[in-house]
Design a binder for this molecule. Structure first.
Ligand code: ZN
Ligand code: ZN
Length: 196
């Protein structure tokens, strides 16, 4: 501060005030960054040692420390990790959910071809390759055959179940007849394996 001695007292006081303002601004920024780092680290890791390292980094190396902390900190907060975990578990539970009969809503097993309670048709064999296909599927995933919506064999085999089939049946039939030529429908019906 030797160079300030020769200056007029008014200017000296002004510079002193300016220096104090800059110093208090830097101090405030430093304290704020340390507090922010403490809260951020606590939200991102449950380990006290890791939290302490993060805070020390920011406290001991002003300006550069916070950049390093932003690079090194865990990518997501504990809340975000928890939410993501919950979302995955919900998805998994939905995938593993017990299938229900569309006719009576009772739980049925995935391999059942008809409901054991109300005889609603749950699956029908593919007309081409014989794999069991869920009612909602429009195409066979094993041989890519487009399913004929109305088949005589299926009607005979599951005759009693027709009444309890879902209401979407009529719209499916219209869609199928519009999309598939009549000859193809007859052809796939003649190649149909015997009903099970
Ligand atoms: Zn049922
Ligand atoms: Zn098939």
């Amino acid at each position: 501060m030797d160079f300030l001695i020769g200056l007029p007292s008014g200017l000296e006081g002004l510079l002193g005030l300016l220096a104090a303002l800059v110093a208090s601004y830097l101090l405030l920024a430093w304290v704020t960054s340390v507090l922010w780092t403490f809260r951020d680290a606590r939200a991102r890791t449950p380990h006290v040692a890791a939290q302490a390292i993060g805070v020390a980094l920011v406290a001991l190396i002003p300006l550069l420390g916070i950049t390093l902390y932003l690079i090194l900190r865990p990518g997501e907060t504990l809340q975000q990790a928890y939410d993501r975990d919950l979302e995955q578990q919900t998805l998994l539970a939905e995938l593993q959910a017990v299938p229900a009969c569309p006719g009576c809503q009772r739980a049925v097993r995935d391999e059942f071809t008809a409901c054991p309670y109300c005889r609603t048709t749950l699956k029908e064999p593919c007309s081409s390759c014989g794999h069991q296909l869920a009612q909602a599927w429009r195409h066979c995933p094993y041989c890519a055959t487009t399913r004929a919506p109305e088949r005589a064999g299926a009607r005979r085999a599951f005759g009693a179940a027709r009444a309890t089939r879902p209401l979407t049946d009529a719209s499916e039939r219209e869609q199928g007849e519009a999309g598939v030529p009549e000859a193809a429908l007859r052809g796939s019906a003649s190649r149909e394996p015997p009903p099970q």
